[in-house]
Design a binder for this molecule. Structure first.
Ligand code: TRP
Length: 343
């Protein structure tokens, strides 16, 4: 058989498309790194990847404008510093591609108020922001559906907290396809494996979260070495002294072992052997060091990128142009199907 060489464009046309987005709010934790960023970096060649910074979702709760602006670039620089490359995937800001708002409006007419009222995250956020239960908060899942469906994404990696939003995206896609004709790809959600979740260092049965009251149990991507070492030194373990993986009986030690293996690339068995007969003090210091030593170059690269705003802007411009090309094609198809007069 004849050998066929594909150029980059042809090759990417054959890859499955992956779409994900992150809100430019707050600091990311090493839990986000292990659970999401690391996987995205690993998947960027296997899939045709688009990653958006979801600033339109962010404003569904009140933001400080200067911070939102600053966090947008900081998030881009962090993702790039972790290894997402603008040459290998499309990185862009949601509001730079107007099609998101436009498709969301159309999809609103295929989504029922009752469905949105029943969304768990809407109910949670309504309770948390009782003084600002705005329409955008309720419409959040429809905007997310627009994000995903605009790009005909095959796979969408998200946390389990977003599962319901992915399900409604699929429902909306099927609904539209059934009323008209096949238009949208019905996306598959990809959820992190059970056990991939990083626990809080002080309460390991709880998820490590940027919003827990006590940040001593949360390691941020921006923490310096001293802070990282201190947080790990105070991490809870248990009363025996054996470094052994057993999430039920030894949640603290097991959590530290997971973090250690994720950051060192070693297996659990290797790590258990490495620390056999050594105390928890040694072990916790080693975990702190491997994490801090991985974060340092990421932070340095993030700072270097942030000092070159012109370059970051060019990345976003290029990303938005690439995204727009795909999104506007889908939107135009939708407009045609629903009967919008087009010039
Ligand atoms: N709602 C997602 C979150 O908070 C972010 C997001 C917005 C998203 N649009 C998306 C994720 C599209 C996946 C696909 O995590």
């Amino acid at each position: 058989m004849e050998e066929v060489t594909l150029n980059a464009a042809e090759n990417s046309a054959r890859k499955k498309r992956l779409y994900s987005a992150v809100q430019p709010t707050n600091a990311l934790t090493i839990g986000n790194y292990i659970g999401a960023i690391r996987n995205m970096v690993a998947m960027q060649d296997e899939y045709d990847c688009l990653f958006a910074i979801a600033n339109m979702h962010a404003i569904t709760v009140r933001q400080v404008p200067a911070e939102l602006r600053k966090n947008t670039l900081a998030m881009l620089a962090l993702y790039m510093a972790c290894g997402l490359s603008p040459e290998r995937c499309t990185l862009y800001v949601q509001s730079h591609v107007p099609c998101h708002a436009e498709l969301a409006w159309v999809l609103n007419t295929f989504t029922y108020v009752g469905e949105m009222e029943r969304m768990t995250q809407f109910k949670d956020k309504s309770a948390k922001h009782a003084d600002n239960i705005n329409m955008g908060l309720m419409d959040y899942p429809v905007l997310m559906a627009a994000d995903i469906l605009l790009y005909n994404a095959d796979v969408v990696p998200v946390g389990v907290d977003q599962r319901q939003h992915l399900e409604i995206t699929r429902d909306i896609a099927v609904r539209f396809n059934n009323i008209y004709s096949p238009t949208f790809v019905v996306p598959e959600g990809v959820y992190p494996k059970v056990g991939a979740k990083v626990g809080d260092l002080l309460d390991p049965t709880k998820k490590m979260s940027k919003s827990s009251e006590n940040t001593a149990g949360t390691v941020f991507m921006s923490d310096d070495k001293d802070t990282v070492i201190r947080k790990f030194r105070r991490a809870v373990t248990d009363s025996d002294s054996e470094v052994r993986y057993n999430p039920e009986e030894k949640p603290g030690v097991s959590n530290l072992l997971s973090i250690y293996t994720a950051f060192s690339g070693k297996s659990i068995e290797e790590a258990e052997r490495e620390f056999a007969g050594r105390g928890y003090g040694d072990f916790k210091l080693a975990v702190g060091e491997v994490v801090a030593d991985r974060l340092a170059p990421v932070q340095k690269e993030q700072a270097r990128l942030l000092a070159d705003k012109e370059y970051l802007n060019s990345v976003l411009k290029e990303g938005a142009a690439r995204a727009y090309k795909i999104a506007s094609g889908t939107l135009s198809k939708v407009y045609r199907k629903i009967g919008f007069y087009q010039l």
